[in-house]
Write a protein that binds this ligand. Structure first.
Ligand code: PAF
Length: 284
């Protein structure tokens, strides 16, 4: 596979392992940034964090079919490997791992990793099987690369918690690091799926961050979670969202429901604008 600038790109697990073994022999540390491509500044902030913390950075690019449900956007998901590779090479990434589907899920692949409880609520409830798909994929990547560090965005906060729990439960010796959400000037969290938004929807979308921020501020002043979550749902509809899957206040580590946040908590929400489902979260 052709290299972009100084960055090498490989498609086979064996090649990924060989490159990393070479670095290990030189005493280098390794950071991993798993992505599904469609790269934006949010992904690039993870890459920068890895480049700053580890001697070598590997970015993976694979649109993981196992985490898309029936009728979801697997076929439409933004794919532009050349553009993604150019951005990564420019930043100084050392290796791009961009496997084909059958390298990850060869004929007969049946094993799944599931993280019950923390992976069944919120996104897990509205997208059944989603976190099993994510956890299976990330487990495979961590075993394939055995990095010292792996970087995930807080934008997908529940995913970050599920992966942290999974790595701990399976004794995977990689430190899972979460990095702050990157936002547009109007507050909209960067997401590969924002490209689906039409002009009206793009105008409404920043209300998600505004509303969950207002919920978090009210909770910090002593308001009750259930009442503020109901208020947040109504506000999102009033702002122009077509449907709200949830506005929820959860323990920041376990994601169990909390009524009055007497420990670190998070406000999380998912809502639809046309065919686009947006998620976001803020700390209380
Ligand atoms: O966040 C993502 O892009 C994906 O869920 C991940 C972590 C790369 C696993 O496929």
């Amino acid at each position: 596979m052709t290299a972009e600038g100084g960055m090498e790109a490989v498609r086979r697990v064996a090649d990924l392992r060989a490159r990393i073994a070479g670095w290990r022999a030189q005493g280098e540390t390794v950071g991993l940034v798993p992505t599904m491509g469609g790269l934006h500044e949010g992904h690039l902030s993870l890459v920068r964090a890895s480049l700053a913390a580890a001697g070598r950075t590997v970015v993976t690019l694979f649109v993981n079919p196992a985490q898309f449900g029936e009728g979801e956007d697997f076929d439409d998901y933004p794919r532009d490997e050349a553009a993604d590779a150019a951005m990564l090479a420019e930043l100084g990434v050392h290796l791009l791992f961009a496997p084909e589907g059958d390298e990850i899920y060869p004929e007969g692949h049946v094993t799944r990793v599931s993280v019950p409880g923390i992976g069944d609520c919120l996104e897990g409830e509205f997208r059944p099987g989603f976190f099993t798909g994510v956890a299976t994929m990330v487990t495979k990547l961590l075993i394939q690369a055995m990095p010292d560090l792996a970087f995930f965005g807080e934008k997908d906060y529940q995913q970050l918690r599920v992966i942290t729990r999974m790595a701990r439960d399976l004794d995977i010796p990689t430190e899972i690091r979460g990095e702050a959400t990157v936002r547009e000037d109007d507050g909209l969290a960067l997401s590969s799926r924002n490209v689906y938004l039409g002009p009206r929807e793009r105008g409404v979308a920043p209300a998600l961050y505004r509303v969950i921020g207002a919920v978090a501020a009210a909770l910090a002043e002593g308001a009750g979670a259930a009442e503020r979550a109901a208020w947040g749902t109504a506000e999102l509809v009033a702002a122009g969202f077509d449907r709200v899957d949830y506005v929820a206040v959860r323990d920041a580590l376990t994601l169990e429901p909390v009524e009055t946040p007497d420990r670190p908590a998070r406000v999380l929400a998912a809502a639809w604008l046309g065919r686009t489902r947006l998620i976001d979260n803020v700390a209380v």
